[in-house]
Design a protein around this ligand. Structure first.
Ligand code: DX5
Ligand code: ZN
Length: 234
Protein backbone atom coordinates (compact mmCIF):
# COMPACT_ATOMS: atom_id res chain seq x y z
CA UNK A 1 0.00 0.00 0.00
CA UNK A 2 1.22 3.49 -0.84
CA UNK A 3 1.45 6.30 1.67
CA UNK A 4 0.72 9.95 0.98
CA UNK A 5 3.68 12.16 0.09
CA UNK A 6 2.15 14.99 2.12
CA UNK A 7 2.69 15.85 5.76
CA UNK A 8 -0.15 14.66 7.98
CA UNK A 9 -2.84 17.04 9.12
CA UNK A 10 -4.94 16.54 12.24
CA UNK A 11 -8.32 18.25 11.94
CA UNK A 12 -10.41 18.18 15.12
CA UNK A 13 -14.16 18.18 14.44
CA UNK A 14 -15.83 20.77 16.65
CA UNK A 15 -19.00 18.68 16.51
CA UNK A 16 -17.73 17.10 19.72
CA UNK A 17 -16.48 20.34 21.29
CA UNK A 18 -18.17 22.26 24.09
CA UNK A 19 -20.68 24.24 21.99
CA UNK A 20 -20.89 26.92 24.66
CA UNK A 21 -17.20 27.68 24.21
CA UNK A 22 -16.43 27.09 20.53
CA UNK A 23 -13.82 29.83 20.18
CA UNK A 24 -11.91 28.67 23.24
CA UNK A 25 -12.14 25.07 22.09
CA UNK A 26 -10.63 25.99 18.72
CA UNK A 27 -7.80 27.87 20.42
CA UNK A 28 -7.19 24.89 22.72
CA UNK A 29 -6.89 22.27 19.97
CA UNK A 30 -4.70 24.57 17.87
CA UNK A 31 -2.40 25.09 20.87
CA UNK A 32 -2.44 21.30 21.20
CA UNK A 33 -1.11 20.84 17.65
CA UNK A 34 -4.14 20.77 15.32
CA UNK A 35 -3.46 22.01 11.79
CA UNK A 36 -7.08 22.45 10.58
CA UNK A 37 -10.45 22.96 12.27
CA UNK A 38 -13.16 20.68 10.84
CA UNK A 39 -16.63 22.27 10.77
CA UNK A 40 -19.49 19.78 10.35
CA UNK A 41 -22.62 21.31 8.83
CA UNK A 42 -25.76 19.17 9.18
CA UNK A 43 -29.19 20.19 7.91
CA UNK A 44 -31.68 17.67 9.35
CA UNK A 45 -32.48 16.72 5.74
CA UNK A 46 -29.43 15.13 4.13
CA UNK A 47 -28.52 13.77 7.58
CA UNK A 48 -30.77 13.41 10.64
CA UNK A 49 -29.01 16.03 12.75
CA UNK A 50 -28.70 19.80 12.84
CA UNK A 51 -25.63 21.88 13.68
CA UNK A 52 -24.51 25.32 12.62
CA UNK A 53 -24.45 27.59 9.58
CA UNK A 54 -22.45 30.44 8.04
CA UNK A 55 -22.91 32.92 10.94
CA UNK A 56 -21.13 30.59 13.38
CA UNK A 57 -18.43 29.93 10.78
CA UNK A 58 -18.01 33.67 10.27
CA UNK A 59 -17.60 34.28 13.99
CA UNK A 60 -14.98 31.53 14.31
CA UNK A 61 -13.17 32.64 11.15
CA UNK A 62 -12.98 36.17 12.52
CA UNK A 63 -11.58 34.93 15.80
CA UNK A 64 -9.05 32.63 14.11
CA UNK A 65 -7.97 35.44 11.80
CA UNK A 66 -6.86 37.29 14.93
CA UNK A 67 -5.38 34.43 16.91
CA UNK A 68 -4.30 31.78 14.36
CA UNK A 69 -4.47 33.18 10.81
CA UNK A 70 -2.64 30.14 9.42
CA UNK A 71 -5.26 27.62 10.59
CA UNK A 72 -7.94 26.97 7.96
CA UNK A 73 -11.60 26.23 8.59
CA UNK A 74 -12.48 23.03 6.77
CA UNK A 75 -16.24 23.02 6.12
CA UNK A 76 -17.95 19.66 5.57
CA UNK A 77 -21.44 20.13 4.15
CA UNK A 78 -23.84 17.32 5.04
CA UNK A 79 -26.62 19.28 3.40
CA UNK A 80 -28.82 19.17 0.34
CA UNK A 81 -28.75 21.15 -1.91
CA UNK A 82 -25.31 22.74 -1.57
CA UNK A 83 -24.82 25.71 -3.89
CA UNK A 84 -26.39 28.42 -1.71
CA UNK A 85 -24.44 27.13 1.29
CA UNK A 86 -21.19 27.09 -0.70
CA UNK A 87 -21.77 30.80 -1.33
CA UNK A 88 -22.62 31.39 2.31
CA UNK A 89 -19.62 29.55 3.74
CA UNK A 90 -17.17 31.01 1.22
CA UNK A 91 -18.37 34.43 2.31
CA UNK A 92 -18.08 33.36 5.96
CA UNK A 93 -14.36 32.60 5.64
CA UNK A 94 -14.21 28.86 4.93
CA UNK A 95 -10.86 27.82 3.49
CA UNK A 96 -12.18 24.53 2.12
CA UNK A 97 -15.69 23.28 1.45
CA UNK A 98 -16.48 19.64 0.76
CA UNK A 99 -19.87 18.15 -0.08
CA UNK A 100 -21.47 14.80 -0.86
CA UNK A 101 -21.97 14.17 -4.58
CA UNK A 102 -25.50 12.79 -4.03
CA UNK A 103 -26.48 16.14 -2.50
CA UNK A 104 -26.20 18.25 -5.64
CA UNK A 105 -27.76 17.88 -9.07
CA UNK A 106 -24.65 19.24 -10.76
CA UNK A 107 -21.43 18.06 -9.12
CA UNK A 108 -19.12 19.73 -11.63
CA UNK A 109 -20.90 23.06 -11.28
CA UNK A 110 -20.84 22.97 -7.47
CA UNK A 111 -17.10 22.19 -7.43
CA UNK A 112 -16.44 25.02 -9.87
CA UNK A 113 -18.55 27.38 -7.74
CA UNK A 114 -16.49 26.67 -4.62
CA UNK A 115 -13.26 27.16 -6.52
CA UNK A 116 -14.44 30.35 -8.20
CA UNK A 117 -15.19 31.70 -4.74
CA UNK A 118 -11.60 31.06 -3.68
CA UNK A 119 -12.04 27.89 -1.63
CA UNK A 120 -10.41 24.53 -1.87
CA UNK A 121 -13.02 21.90 -2.54
CA UNK A 122 -13.68 18.21 -2.87
CA UNK A 123 -16.16 15.36 -2.67
CA UNK A 124 -17.18 13.33 0.34
CA UNK A 125 -17.84 9.62 -0.09
CA UNK A 126 -20.24 7.82 2.23
CA UNK A 127 -19.36 4.23 3.12
CA UNK A 128 -21.58 2.87 0.31
CA UNK A 129 -20.78 5.56 -2.28
CA UNK A 130 -18.51 4.63 -5.16
CA UNK A 131 -15.39 6.61 -6.05
CA UNK A 132 -16.66 6.50 -9.67
CA UNK A 133 -17.93 10.07 -9.10
CA UNK A 134 -14.32 11.24 -9.19
CA UNK A 135 -13.58 10.12 -12.68
CA UNK A 136 -14.53 13.23 -14.64
CA UNK A 137 -13.91 15.90 -11.99
CA UNK A 138 -10.45 15.15 -10.62
CA UNK A 139 -9.09 18.33 -12.17
CA UNK A 140 -11.44 20.37 -9.93
CA UNK A 141 -10.70 18.54 -6.68
CA UNK A 142 -8.33 19.36 -3.82
CA UNK A 143 -9.70 16.90 -1.25
CA UNK A 144 -11.10 13.38 -1.45
CA UNK A 145 -12.94 12.87 1.82
CA UNK A 146 -13.70 9.30 2.79
CA UNK A 147 -16.42 8.82 5.38
CA UNK A 148 -15.46 5.94 7.63
CA UNK A 149 -18.82 6.16 9.42
CA UNK A 150 -22.26 7.02 8.11
CA UNK A 151 -22.55 10.81 8.35
CA UNK A 152 -24.68 12.55 10.94
CA UNK A 153 -23.18 11.85 14.34
CA UNK A 154 -19.89 11.90 16.20
CA UNK A 155 -18.65 9.04 18.32
CA UNK A 156 -19.38 6.15 15.92
CA UNK A 157 -17.04 3.23 15.24
CA UNK A 158 -14.67 3.21 12.28
CA UNK A 159 -15.95 0.98 9.44
CA UNK A 160 -12.95 -1.24 8.55
CA UNK A 161 -13.89 -1.55 4.85
CA UNK A 162 -13.00 2.15 4.57
CA UNK A 163 -9.31 1.18 4.49
CA UNK A 164 -9.76 -0.46 1.08
CA UNK A 165 -11.51 2.63 -0.25
CA UNK A 166 -8.71 4.88 1.03
CA UNK A 167 -6.18 2.70 -0.80
CA UNK A 168 -8.33 2.89 -3.94
CA UNK A 169 -8.38 6.70 -3.70
CA UNK A 170 -4.59 6.72 -3.19
CA UNK A 171 -4.13 4.70 -6.40
CA UNK A 172 -6.36 7.08 -8.35
CA UNK A 173 -4.46 10.14 -7.13
CA UNK A 174 -1.04 8.61 -7.61
CA UNK A 175 -1.91 7.64 -11.16
CA UNK A 176 -3.45 10.95 -12.16
CA UNK A 177 -1.23 13.52 -10.49
CA UNK A 178 2.11 11.70 -10.59
CA UNK A 179 4.79 14.07 -11.82
CA UNK A 180 2.67 17.18 -11.29
CA UNK A 181 2.79 19.61 -8.38
CA UNK A 182 -0.89 19.17 -7.51
CA UNK A 183 -1.79 18.47 -3.91
CA UNK A 184 -4.91 16.36 -3.56
CA UNK A 185 -5.47 15.30 0.03
CA UNK A 186 -7.22 12.19 1.26
CA UNK A 187 -9.19 13.17 4.34
CA UNK A 188 -10.70 10.45 6.51
CA UNK A 189 -13.68 11.31 8.67
CA UNK A 190 -15.29 9.17 11.37
CA UNK A 191 -14.05 6.96 14.17
CA UNK A 192 -10.42 8.08 13.84
CA UNK A 193 -8.53 7.36 17.06
CA UNK A 194 -5.00 7.00 18.44
CA UNK A 195 -5.09 3.25 17.93
CA UNK A 196 -6.21 3.20 14.27
CA UNK A 197 -4.66 6.36 12.84
CA UNK A 198 -1.44 4.59 11.76
CA UNK A 199 -3.39 1.99 9.77
CA UNK A 200 -5.43 4.74 8.14
CA UNK A 201 -2.21 6.51 7.12
CA UNK A 202 -0.73 3.25 5.84
CA UNK A 203 -3.73 2.88 3.55
CA UNK A 204 -2.86 6.25 1.98
CA UNK A 205 -4.65 9.00 3.94
CA UNK A 206 -2.92 12.20 5.03
CA UNK A 207 -5.67 14.26 6.68
CA UNK A 208 -7.36 12.97 9.81
CA UNK A 209 -10.62 14.30 11.20
CA UNK A 210 -11.20 13.35 14.82
CA UNK A 211 -14.02 14.62 17.00
CA UNK A 212 -14.77 12.49 20.03
CA UNK A 213 -11.24 11.05 20.16
CA UNK A 214 -9.88 14.55 20.85
CA UNK A 215 -12.68 16.51 22.52
CA UNK A 216 -13.66 13.51 24.62
CA UNK A 217 -10.31 13.57 26.40
CA UNK A 218 -9.10 15.86 29.17
CA UNK A 219 -5.72 16.67 27.67
CA UNK A 220 -5.98 17.63 23.99
CA UNK A 221 -2.21 18.10 23.74
CA UNK A 222 -1.51 14.60 24.96
CA UNK A 223 -4.09 13.10 22.57
CA UNK A 224 -2.93 14.95 19.46
CA UNK A 225 0.72 14.21 20.33
CA UNK A 226 -0.13 10.52 20.65
CA UNK A 227 -1.82 10.64 17.23
CA UNK A 228 1.23 12.29 15.69
CA UNK A 229 3.58 9.81 17.34
CA UNK A 230 1.51 6.94 15.95
CA UNK A 231 1.69 8.55 12.51
CA UNK A 232 5.45 9.04 12.74
CA UNK A 233 6.03 5.49 13.97
CA UNK A 234 3.79 4.00 11.28
C1 DX5 B 1 -19.81 12.73 11.08
C2 DX5 B 1 -18.92 13.95 10.96
C3 DX5 B 1 -17.60 13.76 11.58
C4 DX5 B 1 -17.66 13.51 13.04
C5 DX5 B 1 -16.46 12.74 13.46
O1 DX5 B 1 -20.96 12.91 10.36
O2 DX5 B 1 -18.72 14.29 9.62
O3 DX5 B 1 -16.72 14.83 11.28
O4 DX5 B 1 -17.76 14.65 13.82
O5 DX5 B 1 -16.63 12.42 14.78
P1 DX5 B 1 -15.84 11.23 15.45
O6 DX5 B 1 -14.39 11.51 15.30
O7 DX5 B 1 -16.31 11.26 16.86
O8 DX5 B 1 -16.24 9.97 14.72
ZN1 ZN C 1 -17.08 15.76 9.03
Amino acid sequence: MARSPFAPIVAPSILSADMAALGDECDAVIAAGAEWIHFDVMDNHYVPNLTFGPPVCKALAKRLADTHPDVPLDVHLMCEPVDELIRGFADAGAASITFHPEATRHVDRSLALARDLGCKTGLVFNPATSLEWLKYVLDKIDIIQIMSVNPGFGGQSFIPESLGKIAEARDIIDTVVAGTDREIRIEVDGGVKIDNIADIASAGADTFVAGSAIFGTDDYGQTISAMKQALAAG
